[in-house]
Design a protein around this ligand. Structure first.
Ligand SMILES: Nc1ncnc2c1ncn2[C@@H]1O[C@H](COP(=O)(O)OP(=O)(O)OP(=O)(O)O)[C@@H](O)[C@H]1O
Ligand SMILES: [Mg+2]
Length: 428
């Protein structure tokens, strides 16, 4: 993995002309205490992180926690009080203006919450603006701008004016403008903050789809944890200028570092955080060319009454039940008894995308993008991941399961059933 951005122990204190704020901070004083006693504001407090190529790194925190200050130090709009910020081998925290301008031109683009489009320029002129600044000629920059607009589905609006577009469309133009210069790093400070919830969801999905194709390195700022969890490959939670936790959505939701993070996590929609792969168990599978007798041996050994059948490439072929197997002669080929339409989900499916399949009430197969069986999920198990308390219980179970042959089957069956009841009661 290539590191595209490396931040080392960055501090930013506002109005700290006499360095007294820094001294107090080193002695362990809080942001609040420092402000009260000296009038110095701690903007960033000892932040370090790296962002890998193609990663969306989300910085999330309440208003005033320092997100914008941090993102502005990354493109040199604010110089930190101390620390280093490496982009393309250059320390943007200390390099001269000429080098900084060169880095901004080549490596980094910022997309803002307020689209900051020029009202009297057409959409395509707005998108081409960054290229014009870069010195790209008119024909070439119009071509690049139209391409960028096509990526966000707005090439047909190239010659419209921003005022003729909806807010969501204007933000897409802002995004196209960011993409047009083809920067290595995109900085996005609350880019969807001004959009209404439905459009916001659309833009989030669109960014995810775009990112699959473009694989940009993105630093994305938000104060909405659901947005952070949806978009971030990793998320940093910021408080009073410091990072209190950095991790994947699953890390943060499963193990919040402190009460501040726990308070955020309490309200989030877990069904949009955990995927089939997070809750899948190892699947006991039966080869397609097996006989009924052989299949029953596999099932006895695993202590299960339902199992998936796979072909010679490991691709899901169907499922069998003990009931069906015992109703026929032992030498019958499994393929004759098998139910070919086994309910299945892909390993990246979020829990909220699994409800419909779970309603079959049948063990779900979990497959990779090639259709290969990678695990299975009991329909009831998905509810176990929707409340914080049961989360830890399920995790402990899974850990046990890795060492032994597997958790006792009666326990896994009764536990989630109770959880389902509790869940139902809650929603009534
Ligand atoms: N130019 C400045 N002078 C003095 N203090 C500043 C300046 N800019 C920011 N601050 C302070 O730095 C802290 C971090 O502000 P910042 O704007 O980075 O927060 P934020 O997390 O982006 O908040 P929001 O979610 O409201 O955008 C705040 O306490 C703010 O008052
Ligand atoms: Mg801000």
């Amino acid at each position: 993995m290539t590191v595209k951005l490396k931040v080392e122990s960055v501090f930013k204190l506002f109005n700290d002309t006499r360095k007294e704020g820094m001294a107090l901070l080193r002695d362990g004083a809080t942001k609040d205490e420092i402000f009260r006693s000296t009038g110095v504001t701690v903007g960033i407090n000892d932040v370090s992180f790296e962002v890998n190529e193609g990663e969306i790194f989300v910085i999330m925190g309440l208003s005033g926690s320092g997100k914008s200050t941090l993102v502005r130090t990354l493109n040199g709009l604010i110089r930190p009080s101390s620390g280093k910020i490496f982009i393309a081998g250059e320390d943007v925290a200390s390099c001269d203006m000429k080098r900084l301008r060169a880095i901004r031109r080549r490596e980094i683009t910022m997309v803002f919450q307020h689209f900051a489009l020029f009202p009297h320029k057409t959409v395509v002129e707005n998108v081409a603006y960054g290229l014009k600044v870069k010195g790209v000629g008119p024909t070439e920059r119009r071509k690049a701008a139209i391409e960028a607009l096509a990526k966000v589905g707005l090439d047909a609006y190239a010659d419209s004016f921003p005022g003729q577009l909806s807010g969501g469309m204007q933000q897409r133009v802002g995004l196209a403008r960011g993409l047009a210069t083809d920067p290595a790093i995109l900085l996005m400070d609350e880019p969807f903050g001004a959009l209404d919830p439905l459009i916001r969801r659309e833009m989030q999905d669109e960014l995810i789809a775009l990112q699959k194709e473009l694989k940009k390195t993105i630093v994305f700022i938000t104060h909405d944890l659901n947005e952070a969890l949806l978009l971030g490959n990793r998320i940093a939670i910021m408080k009073d200028g410091a990072f209190v936790q950095v991790g994947t959505a699953q890390d943060i939701v499963s193990n919040p570092a402190d009460d501040y993070v726990r308070a955020f996590v309490a309200d989030i929609d877990r069904s949009r955080v955990f995927t089939a792969s997070d809750i899948a168990q190892d699947a006991d599978h039966i080869p397609l060319k097996e006989s009924v007798l052989g299949a029953l041996v596999v099932m006895d050994k695993a202590g299960v009454d339902v199992a998936h059948v796979v072909d010679q490439d490991g691709v899901l072929a169907g499922m069998v039940t003990r009931e069906a197997l015992t109703a026929v002669k032992p030498n019958t080929p499994v393929v004759e008894v098998m139910e070919p339409d086994a309910p299945s989900v892909t390993s990246e499916a979020y829990i909220n995308e699994m409800y419909a399949t779970a309603q079959n009430g049948v063990l779900m197969a979990v497959t990779d993008s090639d259709g290969k069986l990678v695990g299975s999920v009991e329909p009831t198990a998905i509810f176990g991941h929707l409340t914080p308390d049961t989360e830890t219980a399920t995790e402990a179970e899974e850990d046990d399961g890795k060492e032994d042959a597997g958790p006792p089957s009666d326990e896994t069956e009764t536990e989630p059933a109770n959880i389902v009841d509790a869940q139902k009661e809650k929603s009534l």
